[in-house]
Design a protein around this ligand. Structure first.
Ligand SMILES: Nc1ncnc2c1ncn2[C@@H]1O[C@H](COP(=O)(O)OP(=O)(O)OP(=O)(O)O)[C@@H](O)[C@H]1O
Ligand SMILES: [Mg+2]
Length: 352
């Protein structure tokens, strides 16, 4: 399982939109994805069609160690599970203040599900508090959505320093993998200037031991698109709401990038000295790797068959978003032992 924290302490930069749509695209292409809502605003939960008021506790219960991770996750689309949030999560920070090891609770909670999912994607709150530290302690990769406007880089250094600190003290596997430019207008000069500044900043870190030494700006960016802003109010992903818009096109490319770049099989092919830019060539989207024996049908999480050695790269599913119906979201089903059983009837999303 690759665990990716989508993080920026600035508000409204596109974190939740990125988690919802990237998770949906990865799930629709056959990967088993669990998304975690680690923001008391519960925007991811709402975006994926759930009402936070009916959520008993979700991520709050997991962080306060009063429930197991798998008891709290819900199947919200085929191949896509969600650990939902509600406003209770606000209390978690103060309740945990005297708990020893409070930064690693989430990491320990998801550890036993390692083999059940291909991706765990965490939507962080716009802060660098304890909730975000839990995300950073649990993740291997950080993806930073950034809106390239005036002051976009203000706080960016602090964000990277925080990741670096967690990397040095709590989680040596943690790396900033990518910067995703959201609501980007390539025709305007300011976004391009901001982009150049970030590139310069990242280039200065190449070859150092900082946690962002290999970070790169994703070769694809997210255009400003009204459909992306409308979809959450219907509880739909962009692929369900309007699959032929720019937003859907852009997030499909992000998912392709994540699928290729973040997959361990691909990483093993990367020479140690190569930077992310060298890996794939400037501004060229990465082709999805060769494919695989991923089952066609929707099945509950089960440990994937371990490929041996060089065959690992062949285990990657082809990146293809299968058809997504335009119907209203249906009632999510709890992830319980009964819907983990392949002999049980499928959930309401079975026909997806
Ligand atoms: N590319 C886009 N084009 C137009 N609107 C967008 C785009 N991406 C996101 N939005 C809208 O901008 C707002 C902020 O996006 P989003 O909620 O994803 O940001 P966030 O970083 O998660 O915010 P917060 O820090 O509050 O959690 C939302 O209303 C969202 O629908
Ligand atoms: Mg958000």
């Amino acid at each position: 399982m690759r665990t990716i924290a989508v993080l920026n302490q600035k508000g409204g930069v596109g974190k939740t939109t990125t988690v919802a749509n990237t998770s949906a695209a990865l799930a629709a292409s056959g990967s088993r994805v669990v998304a975690i809502d680690l923001d008391p605003q519960a925007h991811l939960t709402i975006h994926l069609g759930l009402e936070p008021q009916i959520i008993e506790a979700g991520s709050y219960k997991v962080l306060t160690q009063s429930a197991q991770f798998e008891e709290q996750i819900m199947l919200v689309r085929p191949n896509l599970w969600l650990l939902p949030a509600n406003i209770n999560l606000v209390g978690a920070e103060s309740e945990l203040v005297s708990v020893v090891g409070r930064e690693t609770i989430l990491r320990e909670a998801i550890e036993s599900s390692e083999d059940k999912f291909d991706y765990c994607i965490i939507d962080c709150a716009p802060s660098l508090g304890l909730l975000t530290l839990n995300a950073l302690a649990a993740a291997e990769e950080v993806l930073i959505p950034l809106q390239p406007h005036f002051l976009a880089l203000q706080g960016f250094g602090q964000l990277l320093q925080t990741v670096d600190l967690v990397n040095k003290r709590i989680n040596p596997d943690l790396k900033v993998k990518g910067i995703l430019l959201c609501m980007f207008d390539s025709r305007a000069s300011l976004p391009n200037e901001v982009r150049a500044d970030i590139e310069q900043f990242l280039n200065n870190a190449r070859g150092t031991n900082s946690a962002w030494a290999q970070a790169k700006i994703l070769p694809t960016f997210i255009r400003r698109n009204i459909k992306l802003a409308e979809a959450p109010s219907y509880g739909k992903t962009i692929f369900e709401y309007e699959q032929n818009c720019h937003g859907a096109e852009d997030y499909k490319k992000v998912a392709e990038f994540v699928h290729a770049q973040f997959h361990p099989a691909v990483q093993t092919e990367v020479p140690q000295s190569a930077t992310a830019g060298e890996i794939q060539g400037e501004d060229e989207p990465v082709a999805a790797p060769e494919p695989s024996s991923q089952p066609e049908t929707q099945t509950p999480p089960e440990p994937p068959a371990e490929p041996a050695g060089d065959e690992q790269s062949q285990s990657m599913p082809p990146f293809e978003i299968k058809s997504i119906p335009q119907s209203e979201p249906q009632t999510p089903t709890e992830f319980t032992p009964s819907n983990k059983d392949p002999d049980q009837p499928e959930t309401g999303y079975g026909e997806y």
